[in-house]
Design a protein around this ligand. Sequence first.
Ligand code: ADP
Length: 153
Amino acid sequence: MNRIALFPGSFDPITKGHENVIRRALPLFDEIVIGIGLNTQKQYMFSLEKRTEWIESIFAKEEMIRVETYEGLTVDFCKKINANYILRGLRTENDFEFEKNIAQMNHTMEPKIESIFIICDPKYSAITSTIVRDIIKNGSDASQFVPEEVIIQ
Ligand code: ADP
């Protein structure tokens, strides 16, 4: 059986923390689908096209990674793409509390789908897309927090 993992998120924008989690997960799976979740209630800073393009260029050399967008429940999208794993990153205990609830509810809904967590390297644990957006909104340079393929002008 192919081990397919979905890494869901907004990636607005993708950061070095996300990249760290995805690269470290590569040996664990046969395929990783980076799923950009579309939430009509949410306002994004970067267009879906930009976010997709950045992720594709960061992982251009990784044949086992592809990018998709989806709407609706993450477990429903997992079923659609035959993913048996949901990959998430953990930075802090706040992440843990938040992720624990989602993982438990997802597992109750779909017992065949397991959530797998990777704790990011310490140097990335303070990086959040929210703070990166704040830095950009205030006219400063956030390039040290995002992969070099993410070019923000
Ligand atoms: P969401 O909209 O679900 O919060 P994000 O794009 O912010 O989406 O995050 C997707 C996943 O990446 C989540 O599991 C989140 O905890 C994880 N993540 C975000 N930033 C980091 C980081 N710096 N290090 C490790 N994991 C991270």
